[in-house]
Design a binder for this molecule. Structure first.
Ligand SMILES: Cc1cc2nc3c(=O)[nH]c(=O)nc-3n(C[C@H](O)[C@H](O)[C@H](O)COP(=O)(O)OP(=O)(O)OC[C@H]3O[C@@H](n4cnc5c(N)ncnc54)[C@H](O)[C@@H]3O)c2cc1C
Ligand code: FES
Ligand code: FES
Length: 1384
């Protein structure tokens, strides 16, 4: 269908207007701005509101979320929704009001209850994600108030628990593990059971519900909502032209205006134009292109309308996906056709899994379709719409055409001037055949998607949508018509499986098992991913699984029919049941069950050293929530500041001949480019330092790994710098250079190893040969491979260097070891160390990645600042950060183990090859870390050969529990293998090999401590009881027996984790008013170091015992680390910096107390009681030295100690899709006497969830040249709230007195990460069940059904492969039919 549109009026192109909007109620007017400016950039650079954080710049993390409020002058209504400010273009918010987290409340005007509850539920650690989380929750609260629900009781909102959880599904947090965040959100829900809310600072266990509610910071929708400024209501203008010096932004108000604009002189050939709606497409396609003209389509009514007629609903292409979802759901109220409603509802449900709420709110329907059409984007929406026979209206030139979606997709890619106007979804009704026998017709519709995260922002491996028109006659179920659409599986567009459709509907056959089998065969040859698609076989197998499940959704009827059941004369019932089921599934989703069920936190604290042991709120958490906490990139740029970006090598080993930008001049905005040639005389090309020496800053003439910095671009803005770095073309030469070493095997072949100093090489235990001789059984040379993991701190690497007088340099760096950076910069610049000052206030997540790897980033800034005599700053984009980070060490382990028939292991030998990358970094300590954790079982005798391989990869660095997580996992893999070979319960083999205190001493020597400190056996039994381990094994057995397509597994895993306590400095000063300032060497990374230090200061000073000294904690402020103020700060790593910093502070306080004691005695003689403030005032007047510093050096007996814990996890594996759900995890972790159980609980949960990422989700992949290709939130998936344990119970065990520990406390930062291996082991157990079943069906299992290896991470394709990619094809028995719940 074609129609010509005639342009009647000229568009208003000549008017220059002003952009007007509000941020937190404040008016902003802009006349001239580059239209490619994002809202995030504007807010962070032009306003004081820094709560919007840049976490990814691609819509994938939620750190940048703001609330957008928009006034509809016709409806006289304001609508509120979240958007990602990193993708939203500033011009598109004309007339809107933006609210950021500091707009909700702040330290000056008072915090919002959201901020207070986040703080009180201990839901903020590093705080970088927190403002975004708060905005997601705020939006949910604001929108809940609009709902027709009864008014809740005071203090509570209209939000439901399910909505509260869903509000944050698109927000990433790398620190907390989400549980406390979910609790803070749920505390606002009217249907929450207060008992289900976790540990918090508002109430104590056992209080009544009413009391609990009353203790929460009060929430009142009226008081705490957002106000849309009146000036915007008066100011709304729909048409705007905004010109900047180079580019313009147009908002045509009609199709005619759009047309005349597209064909006017303003947009002549050659002009680069961009049609834009939500601009979310740039999150994926990260366009470097700069457009001359931007045309915003949202003001054209035809593109924003929802129209309904007899044939269906037409959606304007500029409608947001959220609005389409809303309309589809609303349609149920209007439409009388039950089948059609069901289809709309299911499309809407599926669309709710597209991206995240804040993306769907601005992402348009048309944008999605155009991306699919033009760029072959892996769209869900095209697949859904294709299945239901949708069509689209397009405007090409002056031609207005309506074509089917299928035709639209198959056309050549749209040009930039063709406009998608609308999308039509037909009303669907079954064909009512006049034939009296076939009157019982019905529609069945189902959609599917398999993605790494079920709800949280992950593109699918494959999606599918099936629509069937079926009817029943006396022979069974007949498929009248069927539409099978598949997409995102490595195909250019969503496609229809025509051959299968024709086969199923073509010849009037009734469904039978034979037909299904044939259909399954046909689908395998229809859904074939394009060459080069990852996991191709897996994706094809998903198509089979989904088709099979769909066809069997009316399986009962099919089965009856094919088994010749007596339905003759009653043929209506079968179909009605099938259709009802199809609709019931739908209805069951109306009230969504919460994602998480109740969690339990058991905390035993001690008041012996009050306020040590109190679960006080983390220092600074409220300002973190409001976004006022200052991170390095929040420091305003000094005048004249330049921004840097790295040009990284893409080759692993090559000569660098030169760098060019495609023209003779430097790219736009670029001031300079520096490289190793710019190192000043006397300086050295060094960029980092470890205890093993210095490492280079830039590649010199030779680059030695992909990702290595070759040069540093300096430009006027970060955007210019990043663009130039991307544009740079490096000329490489590989002639006469040996091939690079890219694998562990190549390193071995070429003997490319780093030395491990003998004092760092771990010691063997016992006599391996003797142990093997005692063994009844042996497993020889079994191989395990472990991959890398990326830190994914939410704040990427960042630094600001400011030149100071007399060749000095001040550097603000987000770093875990400022002291080392200090030396590196001095050496690089060739100036004395006293010329350098490194300041670090807080770090937005480190996990080891901001120890060594932060140094080159800051050093490059310092070098540039030194050379150019201008301040220089950098904030790495996520891609560059991922390319340079290195991450966790990959390993190859080969082991031989001997054991008795009863499961007792007698000897273990391992050959461990560690891929260290190009520089040693901290890699020489890896052998001892691996072995330290591996020794958690009594192996009888233990021997090993460990090599640290030097390869042409970016050097691997410490990542939370470096080496320990691998060692601990390998230990369990050995145990599992032994159990499989012996056909014994894994649990009994584990238990048999747990250490006795004697064997512990044999393996760990004096580090084992006293026997009373060996708490693992107690923990092990206690956990088995508290988690009902034995009962659940029986229940799981039962479940597995009665479920064919879902299998469950459970596993209990112990850990023994050795830590090292390092020296630490501290300084405590008491000011005139009695307030106290503390400096420590340790850095606040979110781990709660400052909070514990505050508690320690308060405790230690309170020993002076004067009035008011018991409440000193409020008087203490811990200040930023400054390397000239406090030297020898050392590394913040290894889980023990909090305790050593605390001990250093305690020593300072002891000195102060000693100095104050005589004065106090003197004052006490004069007055009855001495108040703290008076004591301090007098001390100042009497010239008592009120500043003390110390350097804590642990005694040899305190240097190393062991940490213990155990976890039980239960998982469920979906055999058809490979999806794993963690049903429950229980942890008991020994914290000694926790200094702050709330902080330690947060560390335990956060570490565990990061471990889940390592074991189950995160693939840090490189290409064949070693260049990281998993370099975005699109390709690297950390856990989100929908992938954590549904039920999560944690006990922070107080194991009492430990004489060699700091006030009996023990570390919590890293060891609990190892416990996530329980999830992996449980997954393995579930897969084992699946393989057993497969074998029992007579199917060939690739490898043994029990002694298989489960890779790390156990992603969906990995799990599915082990469960059988062809499970469905091997199914012949109708009793193996899956239910819908088993596949969706
Ligand atoms: C983090 C994230 C996750 C996502 N996850 C999913 C997912 O799981 N499944 C899925 O299907 N999609 C997903 N998407 C894609 C998302 O749906 C699209 O980005 C969005 O719909 C594009 O709409 P937009 O209005 O932002 O388009 P824009 O970014 O404004 O435009 C995109 C492109 O389409 C062109 N265009 C836009 N509208 C028209 C029109 N009417 N006529 C002609 N050209 C037009 C633009 O010129 C541009 O080239 C995700 C996106 C993001 C950012
Ligand atoms: S920074 Fe915007 S979503 Fe990540
Ligand atoms: S607190 Fe969420 S990322 Fe650190």
């Amino acid at each position: 269908m074609e129609a010509e549109i005639v342009c009647t009026e000229p568009p208003p192109l000549s008017r220059n207007e002003t952009l007007v909007f509000a941020v937190n109620g404040k008016r902003f007017e802009i006349k001239d701005i580059d239209p490619s400016t994002t809202l995030l950039h504007f807010l962070r650079s032009q306003t004081p509101f820094k709560s919007v954080k840049l976490g990814c710049g691609e819509g994938g993390c939620g750190a940048c979320i703001v609330l957008l409020s928009k006034y509809d002058p016709v409806l006289k209504q304001v609508e509120h929704f979240t958007i990602s400010s990193c993708l939203t273009l500033i011009c598109s918010i004309n007339g809107c009001s933006i609210t950021t987290s500091e707009g909700l409340g702040n330290s000056k005007d008072g915090f919002h209850p959201i901020h207070q509850r986040f703080a009180g539920f201990h839901a903020s650690q590093c705080g970088f994600c927190t403002p975004g989380m708060c905005m997601s929750l705020f939006s949910a609260l604001v929108n809940a108030e609009e709902k027709q629900r009864p008014d809740p009781s005071p203090g509570i909102s209209k939000l439901t628990v399910s909505e509260a959880e869903k509000a944050i599904t698109g927000n990433l947090c790398r620190c907390t593990g989400y549980r406390p965040i979910a609790d803070a959100c749920k505390s606002f829900a009217y249907d929450v059971d207060m008992e289900d809310l976790g540990f918090n600072s508002f109430w104590r266990k056992g209080e009544t519900k009413e009391l609990k509610v009353s203790r929460l910071p009060s929430y009142s929708p009226k008081e705490h909502s957002c106000i849309y400024p009146q000036f915007l209501k008066d100011n709304v203008k729909s048409v705007m032209l905004l010109n900047s010096r180079r580019n313009s932004w147009y908002t045509p108000g009609t199709i005619q205006e759009l047309l005349s604009l597209l064909h006017s002189d303003v947009v002549q050939n050659g002009t680069k134009i961009k049609l834009v709606v939500g601009n979310t497409g740039t999150g994926y396609y990260k366009e470097a292109e700069i457009y001359d003209k931007y045309i915003d389509l949202r003001y054209i009514p035809d593109l924003s309308a929802v129209r309904r007629d007899n044939s269906g609903i037409e959606f304007g292409a500029a409608l947001s996906i959220s609005k389409v979802i809303f309309s589809l759901k609303e349609e149920q109220k209007l439409n009388s056709c039950l089948d059609g409603n069901m289809v709309f509802k299911k499309i809407a449900d599926h669309m709710e899994k597209v991206a995240s709420g804040f993306i769907r709110n601005s992402a348009s329907l048309g944008g999605n379709l155009v991306m699919a059409q033009r760029n072959y984007f892996a769209s869900d929406i095209t697949t859904l719409l294709l299945a239901v026979g949708s069509s689209v209206s397009i405007l090409e030139g002056h031609k207005h055409e309506k074509v089917t979606l299928e035709e639209f997709l198959s056309r050549p890619p749209l040009d930039s001037r063709t406009v998608l106007i609308s999308v039509h979804i037909p009303f669907l009704e079954p064909i009512r055949n006049n034939d009296s026998v076939e009157t019982n017709s019905g529609l069945l519709f189902e959609s599917y998607r398999a993605a790494a995260r079920p709800l949280g922002n992950a593109l699918p491996y494959l999606n599918a949508a099936f629509l069937a028109d079926v009817s029943c006659n006396k022979n069974g179920v007949l498929v009248n018509n069927i539409q099978l659409a598949f997409g995102a599986y490595g195909t250019r567009h969503a496609t229809r499986a025509r051959e299968v459709e024709e086969y199923l509907a073509g010849t009037g056959k009734t469904l039978s098992v034979g037909i299904l089998n044939k259909a399954v065969e046909l689908i395998k040859s229809s859904v074939i991913p394009e060459e080069g698609t990852s996991h191709a076989a897996y994706r094809s197998s998903l198509a089979v699984s989904y088709l099979f499940s769909f066809l069997f959704s009316f399986s009962n009827s099919v089965d009856y029919a094919i088994s010749g059941s007596p339905f003759d004369g009653n043929d209506g019932t079968l179909l009605e049941e099938a259709c009802k089921r199809n609709n019931d599934d739908d209805r069951s989703q109306i009230v969504r069950p919460p994602l998480l069920s109740s969690a339990n936190q058991v905390i035993e604290s001690s008041r012996e050293y009050y306020p040590i042991g109190e679960p006080i709120i983390k220092s600074g958490s409220a300002i973190q929530a409001s976004g006022e906490a200052v991170y390095v990139d929040d420091i305003p740029s000094p005048p004249n500041c330049l921004h840097g970006a790295f040009i990284n090598s893409t080759k692993p080993l090559a000569r660098v001949k030169g760098i060019s930008f495609g023209s003779d001049s430097l790219p736009n905005g670029v001031t300079a480019i520096i490289s190793f040639k710019d190192i000043p005389e006397g300086g050295e090309n060094v960029g980092s330092k470890t205890v093993f020496g210095f490492e280079p800053l830039f590649a010199d003439d030779l680059t030695r790994c992909a990702g290595e910095p070759i040069a540093f671009v300096l430009a006027e803005t970060q955007k210019y710098a990043d663009a130039a770095a991307k544009m740079a073309m490096v000329d490489y030469d590989t002639k006469t250079i040996d091939p690079p070493i890219l694998t562990i095997q190549e390193a071995v072949d070429r003997a490319s190893f780093f030395d491990v100093p003998s004092f760092l090489y771990p010691e063997k235990v016992g006599d391996f040969l003797k142990g093997m001789a005692e063994a009844d059984h042996k497993i020889l040379s079994t191989e395990i491979k472990l991959n890398s993991q990326y830190y994914f701190y939410m704040e990427t690497q960042t630094a600001l260097a400011i030149p100071d007088e007399d060749n000095c340099m001040v550097i603000y760096s987000s770093i875990q070891c400022p002291e080392f950076l200090h030396s590196v910069v001095a050496k690089c610049l060739g100036i004395p160390e006293h010329n350098i000052r490194v300041i670090t206030r807080r770090v937005g997540g480190g996990f080891g990645g901001k120890a060594i790897k932060a140094m080159p980033v800051a050093t490059a800034c310092a070098l540039a600042a030194y050379k150019l005599r201008r301040p220089v700053r950098i904030y790495l984009d996520r891609k560059t950060d991922m390319i340079m980070a290195g991450g966790r060490h990959p390993m190859k382990i080969t082991y031989t183990v001997g054991f008795k028939s009863n499961g007792k292991i007698t000897a273990l030998h391992l050959d461990i090859l560690i891929n260290a990358g190009i520089n040693p970094d901290i890699s020489p300590v890896m052998p001892s870390s691996v072995v330290g954790a591996l020794k958690k079982y009594d192996w009888g005798a233990l021997s090993f050969d460990i090599k640290v391989c030097k390869t042409n990869h970016p050097s691997k660095s410490a990542m939370r529990a470096p080496g320990e997580v691998q060692g601990s996992f390998v230990a369990d893999a050995v145990i599992e293998n032994v159990a499989s070979v012996l056909s014994m319960e894994v649990d009994s083999v584990r238990k048999r090999n747990l250490h006795t205190y004697e064997s512990l001493k044999l393996f760990y020597g004096s580090v084992a401590g006293d026997s009373i400190e060996y708490t693992l056996p107690t923990i092990w039994d206690k956990l088995a009881r508290s988690s009902s381990y034995v009962d659940r094994i029986a229940m799981i057995e039962q479940f597995n027996g009665s479920h064919k397509w879902r299998k469950r597994g459970i596993s209990q895993v112990p850990i023994v984790h050795e830590v090292l306590v390092r020296p630490a400095p501290g300084k405590v000063s008491i000011l005139w008013d009695g307030s106290i300032v503390v400096e420590v060497g340790g850095i606040e990374l979110g781990q709660g170091l400052w909070t514990k230090v505050k508690q320690m200061t308060a405790y230690a000073l309170s020993t002076i015992q004067c009035d008011g000294s018991e409440n000193l904690v409020e008087k203490v402020r811990v200040i930023q680390s400054d390397t000239l103020s406090l030297v020898q700060g050392g590394f913040t790593s290894g889980s023990t910096t909090s305790e050593s910093s605390c001990e250093a502070v305690r020593l300072c306080c002891n000195i102060l107390v000693e100095r104050l004691a005589p004065l106090k005695k003197q004052l006490q003689e004069q007055m009855d009681s001495v108040n703290w403030d008076i004591l301090i005032l007098q001390a100042h007047l009497q010239d008592v030295n009120l500043a003390a510093s110390s350097y804590y050096v642990p005694e040899s007996s305190s240097v190393r100690y062991l940490n213990y814990g155990a976890a039980v996890s239960e998982v469920e594996v979906n055999i058809l899709t490979g999806e794993t759900r963690i049903l429950r995890s229980d942890i008991i972790y020994d914290c000694g006497q926790s200094m702050n159980p709330a902080v330690d609980l947060g560390q335990i949960e956060g570490a565990f969830v990061q471990g889940i990422g390592f074991f189950m989700l995160e693939e840090y992949l490189s290409n064949t040249e070693g260049l990281v290709v998993a370099d975005s939130t699109w390709t690297y998936k950390i856990p989100t709230i929908d992938t954590i344990p549904k039920q999560f119970n944690v006990e922070v065990l107080n194991s009492g007195c430990h004489k060699n520990r700091v006030l009996s406390s023990k570390a919590s930062g890293e060891p609990p990460l190892l416990l996530a291996a329980s999830v992996h082991c449980a997954t393995r157990a579930a897969i084992k069940e699946a393989r057993k079943q497969l074998k029992s069906w007579g199917s060939v299992v690739d490898g043994s059904d029990s002694t298989f290896q489960l890779e790390v991470p156990a992603t969906m394709p990995v799990v599915k492969k082990l469960c059988g990619l062809d499970t469905v094809e091997r199914t012949r028995d109708k009793s193996q039919v899956p239910t819908r719940a088993e596949v969706v």
